[in-house]
Ligand binder design. Structure first.
Ligand code: GLN
Length: 503
């Protein structure tokens, strides 16, 4: 039998449905792979072997009993540690949540369970989803399977690396400024940030509530569409959830065609600051789209130049407010002040937050608190919100001319550990191209575009569509993927070094 960890979720779904393989076998194969390579990759913070196998057995029993099951039933999935999982530890990459076992499931997780996907475990991430490298995880970084000395992107580097290293066929992540798409680009995987409100935020540890969005992390565009259909759609538990049906996504992949589609290349997302090999692969994709019958034009979104600055006021502001709940009373860590007679609640809170939060989290709490403070609110937070409106108008104007926008996903390929750790702004710039979509709430996908010749590392192309037109991401993504895989003679990940199982 073919190596089960090498199959896509769509292929696994077919074989499971045909009774050629059981979920128990598929899940066991992935747990074995995790055991073999995760000591080197460190994609997982917690592996739930018993829980995953119990789900797999249940799905197998139901199938044997003749029940019709959802398409992905029995296909295992990895979950970013930002999502509450009943009975499974959830740390959000932070020491302050060490030992917290949620009493409930995030809606995304509940939907995965209801659809019969065994949950392999929780994936590593930058603390509270702040970062582009997973180096800010309190539990040590994840390593990029293409080069273990390099970052897998962030904040959702664990989910991307798990999928790239064949430890999981599917994963879910969250994207507040790029944390699904940028890890996708630098690991040669597919990542989707759905339309804001398209996938429930209920049960996600909040970073910036007006920007956060959960979405699929996979090896193929079809797999992402299948997973998106499981986790997406209206949820009354999330007040910002869109009460509208998802557009047909799997169908968009199966009937993918770009003939007559108007594609806009965003002038402001490219050029200076983008690595040569990233640019070269992007230009090739644009040429391919044109060959496939799309009409390609250049589009200007002048306020995108200010998106980065606006984001780094809005995100810390919302984060400083959201993180106030980690007060030593409600969740996780509490630092007892043994040496202090009668410590006040404030003293315990301060000591706990001092010990429990890492440097990047503290940096953003300070920034956000400052930006929101009286006297500065209008100058910083208020101005940033006005810029956000201008960016939304840029998108609206662009989508009057074109059906989708394209750009490189990230300006560089995977960098080395430590390279940007002491320079927060250099780290933040990893998301220059992904941030505008979060500020406007529009959906985006990153699809592998090839390897940069200067370092042989993967790069990604980003497709953006109007809100609630997520199907267009899949349509364009599937065409790009099909043309490139044909050119490469197989999936890009086939060229990644084989990881040697650790002894
Ligand atoms: N790298 C960005 C940040 O640090 C993105 C975060 C995210 O999408 N969660 O804020």
């Amino acid at each position: 039998m073919a190596n089960l960890t090498r199959l896509t979720a769509a292929e696994l779904s077919k074989r499971l449905g045909a009774g050629e393989v059981s979920s128990t076998e598929v899940t066991e194969a992935h747990l074995e792979r995790i055991g073999a390579v995760d000591p080197a990759v460190h994609a997982f913070l917690h592996v739930d072997a018993d829980g995953a196998m119990a789900t797999a057995r249940r799905v197998d029993d139901r199938r044997v009993a003749g029940e019709t099951l959802p398409p992905l039933a029995g296909v295992p999935v990895a979950v970013k540690d930002v999502m509450a999982t009943r009975g499974i530890p959830t740390t959000c990459g932070s020491a302050i949540l060490a030992g917290w076992v949620p009493p409930y499931d995030a809606t995304v997780v509940a939907r995965l369970r209801a659809a019969g996907l065994p949950i392999l475990g929780k994936t590593n991430m930058d603390e509270f989803a702040m970062g582009s490298s997973t180096e800010h995880s309190a539990y040590g970084p994840t390593h990029n399977p293409w080069d273990l000395g390099r970052i897998p992107g962030g904040s959702g580097g664990g989910s991307a690396a798990a999928v790239a290293a064949y430890e999981a066929p599917l994963a879910v992540g969250t994207d507040t400024g790029g944390s699904i798409r940028q890890p996708g680009a630098v690991t040669g995987t597919v990542g989707v940030k759905p339309t804001y409100g398209g996938v429930s935020r209920y049960g996600l540890v909040a970073l910036a509530s007006s920007l956060d969005q959960a979405g699929p992390v996979t090896r193929t565009v079809l797999d992402a569409a299948m997973l998106h259909e499981v986790i997406g759609g209206y949820d009354p538990m999330d007040s910002t959830s869109l009460d509208a049906p998802l557009p047909p996504l799997v169908e968009a992949v199966r009937d993918a065609d770009v003939t007559g589609l108007r594609v806009g290349v965003v002038r402001e997302l490219g050029g200076d600051g983008y690595q040569a090999g990233v640019r070269a692969r992007f230009d090739e994709v644009v040429a391919l789209l044109s060959d496939a019958g799309a009409t390609v034009v250049e589009v200007s979104c002048p306020h995108f130049d200010y998106a980065f600055a606006a984001y780094y006021l809005i995100l810390p502001s919302e984060a400083s407010s959201n993180l106030a709940r980690f007060d030593a009373m409600r969740y996780g860590m509490r630092v007892g002040l043994d040496g202090v007679a009668d410590p006040s609640a404030e003293q315990v809170m301060a000591a706990t937050r001092e010990a429990g939060f890492g440097d990047e989290v503290k940096r953003r709490i300070i920034l956000g608190t400052y930006a929101l403070s009286s006297g500065y609110y209008d100058a910083y937070y208020g101005s940033a919100q006005k810029v956000r409106t201008l960016i939304q108008r840029d998108f609206a104007a662009a989508f009057e001319q074109v059906d989708v926008l394209v750009s490189p996903t990230a300006p560089t390929t995977a960098f080395r550990f430590g390279q940007k750790l002491d320079d927060p702004v250099a780290m933040y710039l990893s998301d220059v191209a992904t941030i505008p979509a979060n500020l406007a709430g529009v959906p985006g996908i990153s699809v592998p575009s090839g390897l940069a010749e200067e370092d042989g590392l993967p790069t990604g192309v980003q497709v953006l569509a109007p809100a609630q037109a997520d199907d267009r991401l899949y349509r364009v993504g599937a065409v790009v993927e099909a043309m490139l895989v044909e050119r490469w003679g197989g999936p890009l990940l086939d060229r990644a070094p084989q990881l040697e199982p650790s002894a």
